[in-house]
Ligand binder design. Sequence first.
Ligand SMILES: Nc1ncnc2c1ncn2[C@@H]1O[C@H](COP(=O)(O)OP(=O)(O)OP(=O)(O)O)[C@@H](O)[C@H]1O
Ligand SMILES: [Mg+2]
Length: 365
Amino acid sequence: MALQAGIVGLPNVGKSTLFNAVSNSAKAQASNYRFCTIEPNVGLVDVPDERLAKLAELVQPNRVVPTQIEIVDIAGLVRGASKGEGLGNKFLGNIREVDAIIHVIRCFEDENILREEGAINPVSDKEIIDTELQLKDLDSVEKKMQKTEKNAKFDVKAKAELEVLQRCKAHLEQGKSIRSLGLAPEERTAIADLFLLTEKPVLYVANVDEPSMHTGNKYSETLKAAVAEEGAEVIIMNNSIEAQISEMEEPEDKALFMDEYGMKEPALNRLIRSAYHLLNLQTYFTAGVQEVRAWTIGQGWKAPQAASVIHTDFEKGFIKAEVIGYDDYVQYGSESACRDAGRLRIEGKEYIVKDGDVMHFRFNV
Ligand SMILES: Nc1ncnc2c1ncn2[C@@H]1O[C@H](COP(=O)(O)OP(=O)(O)OP(=O)(O)O)[C@@H](O)[C@H]1O
Ligand SMILES: [Mg+2]
């Protein structure tokens, strides 16, 4: 499944630095020049979850396996990207493939780090990117309108689609993103095939200087005010510090370093958790002596579908699921104690799995 969040922003704002901090696999080149990144780098990222650690502490398994999401480091976009500036079309295509967007915005001053857009200005930086994405979407919407218009004369379905497309067009022309249009699920099917860039959920990273990493600064404040209306989240962090933390191999070194900066955990953990929620994902656990493991599913998934992420046979041969709520598991301390206390439920095919459920599937093949 591995849903993807793509890191987007102007050139040289700290995207690759962030990617290197989150990604435990491939390292992207991060340097002080524009278009340092051309091909997107993809990395698998463990989703930090305190509940997994807690379950592991109770069960003492041989292995602990977190769940993962994919993060993609995309090349910097520039003004005019929707018209092909700076290899714009190619980079925009990379964004089309992701499920959610992490928009990195420069909120630090540093004369040595090149910048083409004049004085630091997070709000106008955000607008430059938004505008390019909106223009690209407008292009897609208009193209589909042309095709739909003919059929709309005699086909009711095409007529309804055309109405949705017209609303999208008007919205984009006002400089707004599709995600704020509030389309009903059945209306969204009219544009589903377009994979519109501004329909994807977004969160912002305010990449601040070191002294502001806990509190934010005037730049991150203006950014927060500007996105408040969208209801989007702004995560304040210093991408360079995060990258330095993740480069350290020894846990003791990490702890010392974070202590020095007054950090309880890397700010990245917050970012990854937020991205995970933005992707509408949730977690259930399996807990046995061999392995305590977190599994990713979508919200609203039923038990057999949830079982399928372990193995497709689990879904095909699904009989029932034994379920213990996370809080119960922690309160009673073990599966058998939960069973004795009557806190282990037997659920069938229609059960909708809840975030944090500890599951055991019974199946036959
Ligand atoms: N918070 C920060 N404070 C100071 N310098 C930073 C900060 N974050 C990143 N940098 C520096 O900014 C420069 C650009 O970073 P990076 O290569 O990550 O940018 P990018 O957005 O990936 O650029 P491109 O679009 O060219 O790929 C690097 O030299 C990096 O060390
Ligand atoms: Mg880069």
